[in-house]
Design a protein around this ligand. Structure first.
Ligand SMILES: Nc1ncnc2c1ncn2[C@@H]1O[C@H](COP(=O)(O)OP(=O)(O)O)[C@@H](O)[C@H]1O
Ligand SMILES: [Mg+2]
Length: 249
């Protein structure tokens, strides 16, 4: 469903992605793990077109976001890019809720403005999704009245309001206290059970091991190892063992 091939990206002289390839099947949960600074966020941002790449191919379903032609990189026209990015939900470490809007408004803003959904319909859907993440009673609250865990669950519901085909998460729990982390992981685990396609950058090794279908270890802008969660977590590769040993503390 989502396919990235040989993705390269540099910031000035710093080559951050050194030819990363990743294929994600519909309904699959893929965890990206690896040390800080290894390029995980940059890769996710490239998939969502929050960054442009320098080389490589990225496709979603039948749509080509960018590809190499005659040795040069070409991005699709804006209509295609829009179609692709509308299929992708993104959840960041820092929630990124609009502070001046109620929770309900945070959820309905994009569906009304971008998808042209009638407000009543958007609100109905938003309330359904708030209930799903356990926050039915917070529709009229403002972001500052929420805990970090609640904020992140709102951010997840907000992304779901756009009916994404694939959800990308960038360390969604790393800004949270440990006691709030689990409530967010539970919501993500529910999504996984419902066969939502997910790409998750995470340092939560238990989530990576227990929830993902596949785990990809990235270091220095390249893939060190990938396989089923079981394969990676029982790997004999010394780098994999070292990283997982440290990450599990
Ligand atoms: N906008 C940017 N401009 C310049 N360098 C960046 C930018 N974003 C990330 N980098 C650099 O890219 C490298 C990978 O960063 P990042 O993708 O955030 O890693 P990770 O998410 O694995 O911690 C780091 O060296 C970082 O400093
Ligand atoms: Mg990161």
């Amino acid at each position: 469903m989502l396919n990235a091939e040989n993705v390269r990206k540099r910031f000035a002289a710093n080559e951050v992605l050194r030819g990363i390839s990743l294929n994600v099947e519909k309904g699959e949960v893929v965890s990206l793990i690896g040390p800080s600074g290894s390029g995980k966020s940059t890769f996710l941002r490239c998939l969502n077109r929050l960054e442009t790449i320098d080389e490589g191919t990225i496709t979603l379903d039948d749509d080509v976001m960018c590809e190499m032609r005659g040795g040069a990189l070409h991005y699709a026209d804006s209509k295609t890019l829009r179609r692709i990015t509308l299929k992708m939900g993104m959840v960041f470490q820092s929630f990124n809720l609009f502070p001046h809007m109620t929770v309900l408004r945070n959820l309905t803003d994009a569906p009304v403005a971008v998808r042209r959904l009638p407000r009543s319909q958007a609100e109905e859907k938003a309330r359904m999704l708030l209930a799903k993440v356990g926050l039915a009673d917070k529709a009229d609250s403002y972001p500052h009245q929420l805990s970090g865990g609640q904020s992140q669950r709102v951010a997840i519901a907000r992304a779901l309001c756009m009916d994404p085909e694939i959800m990308c998460f960038d360390e969604p729990t790393s800004a949270l206290d440990p006691e709030l982390t689990q409530e967010v992981l539970n919501v993500m685990q529910d999504l996984a059970k419902e066969k939502m396609t997910m790409v998750v950058v995470t340092h939560e090794m238990r989530f990576a091991r227990n929830v993902s279908d596949r785990v990809v270890l990235i270091e220095n802008g390249g893939i060190v190892e990938e396989g089923t969660a079981e394969q990676v977590f029982t790997s004999q590769n010394p780098r994999t063992r070292q990283f997982i040993g440290e990450a599990q503390g």
